[in-house]
Design a protein around this ligand. Structure first.
Ligand SMILES: [Zn+2]
Length: 208
């Protein structure tokens, strides 16, 4: 029986000043820090988008495509993103104010140039697992709270996969600990998570 906090992609690249900034993305940092310091969690896990420089989700790899166009990657529809979170660059580093010393386990994702990985649990084609689900099972996690960036992409797909891949685990979304790219997409993402059985909560409701 363990309670885990999963921080999704709280990296420079998704914060103001980054290559794929989410509006007010850095607002989630103090929320993550206070939850990590609260003593509520037995285990703290963070995911990190970690792309090779030639990743196929980058518009720069597709002649004629601009960032945020729709394109294709390995035959699947794919949003063409600006180059972001390239391995080993400051853009891929965690936000400098995030209390990374409190993080027990970091799950990198998105290393395969031929497929994107919004979810911390598996690639978008659902073929390759990151190993995070097995790790959480090995730690006897029974409650998983998720927050981070961006609500309508990596947070959403991580939460949906958590419900799907961790039967019996209570999954909650900390709504005020998330920021998204597209306001309409955020609404739809929250609804999709709720329908899948994710409890939508606020950080203020988490108490010892
Ligand atoms: Zn990415």
């Amino acid at each position: 029986m363990a309670k885990a906090l999963l921080l999704i992609d709280i990296q420079n690249g998704f914060c103001p000043g980054g290559n794929l900034p989410v509006a007010d993305g850095d607002i989630v940092v103090p929320i993550a820090n206070s939850l990590m310091e609260s003593g509520h969690y037995d285990l703290i896990v963070a995911s990190q988008d970690w792309h090779p420089a030639d990743h196929g989700s980058f518009a720069s790899q597709h002649p004629g495509k601009a960032p945020f166009d729709m394109g294709e990657l390995s035959g699947q529809p794919q949003v063409m993103w600006p180059d972001h979170c390239v391995q080993g660059t400051p853009d891929a580093a965690f936000h400098p104010e995030l209390l990374t010393a409190k993080i027990n386990y970091v799950q990198k994702k998105g290393q395969n140039p031929a497929v994107d990985s919004y979810s911390a649990f598996r690639d978008n084609d659902k073929a390759a697992l990151t190993g995070l689900a097995a790790y959480l099972v090995s730690k006897d996690v029974t409650e998983l709270d998720i927050m981070g960036l961006a609500t309508d992409y990596c947070v959403k797909f991580s939460a949906l996969d958590a419900v799907d891949m961790l039967p019996g685990v209570k999954v909650r979304l900390i709504a005020d600990g998330c920021r998204g790219i597209d306001p309409k997409g955020v609404e739809e993402a929250i609804e999709a998570m709720r329908e899948a059985g994710v409890d939508i909560i606020e950080s203020s409701g988490i108490t010892l």
